[in-house]
Ligand binder design. Structure first.
Ligand code: BEZ
Length: 265
């Protein structure tokens, strides 16, 4: 879903209302990851990066017992308002150590924000019962490559080195499977696939995406400079990402199911 967005180079401020109104597709797509999790009534599930809580709601609806954590207090606040019967906590997924073991750890559209990835895998491992499953989807290799290239070229015109500001972690299957094995998981399933994602609001769709997620690239610019850089980013990305009056984010997903092999470390 959203959320546990933390790394050394960028700590975006999350606007929970904007997130729900403009980026609602995150929860929509997350439903197919829930199918992969296939939570059973009574199962306990830790949701890392729960955002505003929609997928915890779905888990509770099938009788599972979700516990949502998110780095953003704003998201957690909104999740509690929306779903007062569920439990959410603001926490850093790199250092979080739950006081219980879960049947499953779940995460949707959050792990690409959390660096180093080894730290969140230690958390997932320590949160799971032996044999428990870790089911996650997040940005994989090539994710938002067209948007980032266009922004990088646009920002070069302002003397900004956007490569140095790249806030995300988008691994290949091979890279992530290696980390999972090193952390004590057995990889049962891994899939890397393109999922072009339509953005709402026609011509302005990419502006909203950049407002929500591109903060680290455009930091320190005046509003006028930023609008100019957005316009140039859009001009460069348009041939590949604008079709039939709407923008598409060039998302690539990495989807994994991994089992906790033995006693936690
Ligand atoms: C993603 O879900 O792939 C994503 C979202 C925001 C920024 C970068 C990637």
């Amino acid at each position: 879903m959203s959320g546990n967005k933390q790394n050394e180079s960028a700590s975006p401020t999350w606007n929970a209302s904007l997130y729900d109104s403009r980026i609602g597709y995150v929860s929509e797509y997350g439903r197919s990851v829930l199918q992969l999790l296939d939570a059973r009534p009574g199962e306990t599930v830790l949701d890392i990066g729960c955002g505003t809580g929609d997928l915890c709601r779905e888990l509770a609806n099938v009788g599972a017992l979700p516990y949502g954590i998110d780095f953003s207090p704003d998201m957690v606040c909104r999740a509690r308002e929306k779903y007062p019967d569920l439990v959410f906590e603001a926490a850093d997924a790199r250092t979080y150590r739950p006081d219980r073991r879960y049947d499953a750890v779940f995460s949707n559209a959050a792990l690409h924000w959390i660096k180093p990835p080894e730290a969140v895998l230690r958390t997932a491992r320590s949160a799971l019962k032996p044999g428990g499953r870790f089911v996650a989807e997040f940005g994989g290799k090539h994710n938002v490559g067209v948007i980032v290239s266009a922004a990088t070229e646009a920002l070069a015109g302002f003397g900004i080195d956007a490569e140095a500001r790249h806030p995300w972690y988008f691994p290949s299957v091979a890279e992530y499977a290696t980390l999972l094995e090193e952390a004590g998981f057995r990889v049962e399933f891994a899939l890397h696939f393109a999922r072009p994602t339509p953005l709402d609001d026609g011509e302005r769709g990419l502006d909203h995406w950049l407002d929500m997620f591109g903060g680290s690239f455009f930091a320190g610019m005046t509003e006028a400079e930023k609008r100019e850089a957005y316009a140039e980013t859009k001009r460069l990305a348009k041939p590949e990402l604008f079709r039939d009056g709407r923008w598409f984010a060039d998302y690539w997903r990495l989807r994994i199911v991994a089992l906790c092999e033995s006693e936690s470390v």
